[in-house]
Design a protein around this ligand. Sequence first.
Ligand code: 2M8
Length: 450
Amino acid sequence: MRPEDIIARAVGVLRENDMGGWTRASPTLYPHQWSWDSAFIAIGLAHIDTGRATGEILSLLRHQWRNGKIPHIVFNPDAPAESYFPGPEHWASAADSPDAPSGLSRTSGLCQPPVHAIAALRIFHVAVARGEGVAEAREFLCEVYPKLLAWHRYLATRRDPEESGLVTIFHPWESGTDNSPRWSAALERVEIGEIPEYERQDLEHVPDPSERPTGLEYDRFIWLVEVIKEARCDDAVLYDTSPFLVKDALASAILVRANEALLEIAKVAGAPEGDLAEIRTWIERGRQGLDGCWDHELGLCLDIDLRTGEPLRARTIAGFAELVAGPGKPDRLQAHIRTLDSHAFTGNPDLRWPLPPSTSPDQPGFQPRNYWRGPIWPVMTWLLWWSLKKAGERKRADRLKHYALAQLSDGCFGEYYEPFTGEALGSDDQSWTAAVALDWLAEEELPEKP
Ligand code: 2M8
């Protein structure tokens, strides 16, 4: 496919998934609005229409919780009950939480990695680069600034009472890398209690069940949802009761970059000096926390299981957390790049394209077709591409982009791809895949400050 054809197809996918002001994550498998999907989608939409891109973020923020949390799913009121599990009925009791938004808002009680401030700033930069809709984009930044500040403050306090700089999660779904082996050891310790009878809907939408999490994994996911509902989504209670309590290195790294974006947004919005100082503290704390996650032997950052106090040793794409967060210790960037280029990731000669698999083929538990256990996720390639550009590694970034576009030229816009054959897996026409394709192929030269 020629670049112009990829663009046309990507625009078509985002149009098809446009539900009138917000975008579903995919046509059938994911009929609702997902939090970090929406942020990536807004980055892509910016290249079509910055006004529509700002609308994507604003529509999500309308469902922000009173404590600042941005929910991981905003349910589509028009989606049939049997289209996704666990749907709004299953999460209904989350609405009883004193922190839940009032009114008719229907959301899950979880959250996802905080890409939103990065997206908001990128929309503004696209408007500036094009010289179109700049005043509106500036107004948008002023409008979202307090909401994003509240979101980041929620993560820096309720999700980090230890002030470690690292974000705590209560459910693998909060990491966005649901069944990744990074969570296996912590999940194996979770004893499943009484769960309601349930029927999975995801297997109706993918041709091959081996591309999705297993039944046992799902039982654990559903049990953890029960635990969270029992706590009425109270973070302090969950610190005591949740059997799954981990520090997520990748979400923490994204938060560092999101805080940098928030600092820029704060300046545009004319925020008080006290806010700027608070955000700077979060950035510094985040980088220090990530430094402590570094594992010299694996050449990657590791998540931490707060129930055992031990790092969770697994070679997954989340291990590039410090590359995402930006300048750490002097040699750290090069150490990350060595790991990225190594046999464990893009240097594996059997890969169809030298792109980073979600889980290293050298990791026990690697499965090339199974969701976050091996396949390549274009949206993750985008994150590493963007991080490499910010690190000044332009050639390496260009190389990733080149192969990422080769992977997408099948026109499927797959949710994820088999690393050795290049086959599109999961859902076709996945919105965030289309969005990152548009960002890769955009003509604007955007500022990538280190
Ligand atoms: C996947 O997660 C959902 C649960 O949130 C699922 O499997 O049903 C993940 O890939 C997640 O990162 C993503 O946001 C979501 C929608 O694309 O799907």
